[in-house]
Design a protein around this ligand. Sequence first.
Ligand code: XIL
Length: 313
Amino acid sequence: KRLKDIQSRVLIGTEFPSGFTTMSDSSAFLSTATPEFNLVTAENCMKWDATESSQNNFNFAEGDKLVNWAQTNNYTVHGHTLVWHNQTPGWVQNLSASAMQSAMYNHIDKVMAHYKGKIPIWDVVNEAFEDDGNYRNSFWYRTLGKSYIENAFIRARAADPSVKLIYNDYNLEYTGNKSNAAYNMLKDFKSRNIPVDGIGFQMHLDIQYSIDYNDFARNLQRFADLGLEIYITEMDVRVSSNPTAAELQTQAGYYKNIIEKCMAQPAVKAIQVWGFTDKYSWVPNTFPGRGAALLFDSNYNPKPSYYAMQAAL
Ligand code: XIL
């Protein structure tokens, strides 16, 4: 069975790159992806630099293509992302505190209004912590302090009360300084009725680093115990650029174990990979010498990781 058809509790997603309908191999890309998933995220085209590259001039052309495709193909769209330190134009970064706060509110209002009724899940704030658990030393934090985070959520709830509002980050899968910091922030938000519905675990993994799956399951449980939904938002598992068969088997084990723990946790609402084909993965450009992190190889053939995911769902 196709990944999306194996069970019905959890949405099964992927990102699509910009221009996914006009690539030289778009037909192979789409014929592989379309039957497998029922959730999609824009890899880049809904980020601030794409949607509001100059102040209050919004461009939704590329995002609209994705939303239209999703509607035609009965996919849910996961919105990514409203407030982040990366891929945000210089004009935002150089504003005074009061102007930056207004710009953040305007961005949330306009983007969510444009997609009202079309995007039911938004990553409101992305990557607000350093790996050591301190608030990330970003222009947001330096200019506005940590309150930008809760203010973004409050604004997003007001912009569209029907949307699931997500805090999304990486390196959250194991208990430790960073996931403790995210946990404590969200616990505080819940206690003060700051509107947040879910935690996004990006899950950019690498077989070089071991992962304690029981620790991962306990970590999921403590976020679930806060009353949060859990979204696996950007999963990939890096191996070397020209992986051996053994590496691909190891990789498949990571997918299997993670997805089994997710399926055992009722708060998990979606499992999404950061692309499905190694051909268009962000990994080789970002992690030199690493690659082949996804479910299908560059020729759109399913890998051991695909069959592992199928078996674990
Ligand atoms: C990445 C994209 O895949 C790249 O194409 C882009 O150049 C940089 O951003 N965490 C996130 C995603 O939240 O938005 C990032 O996506 C990967 C890490």
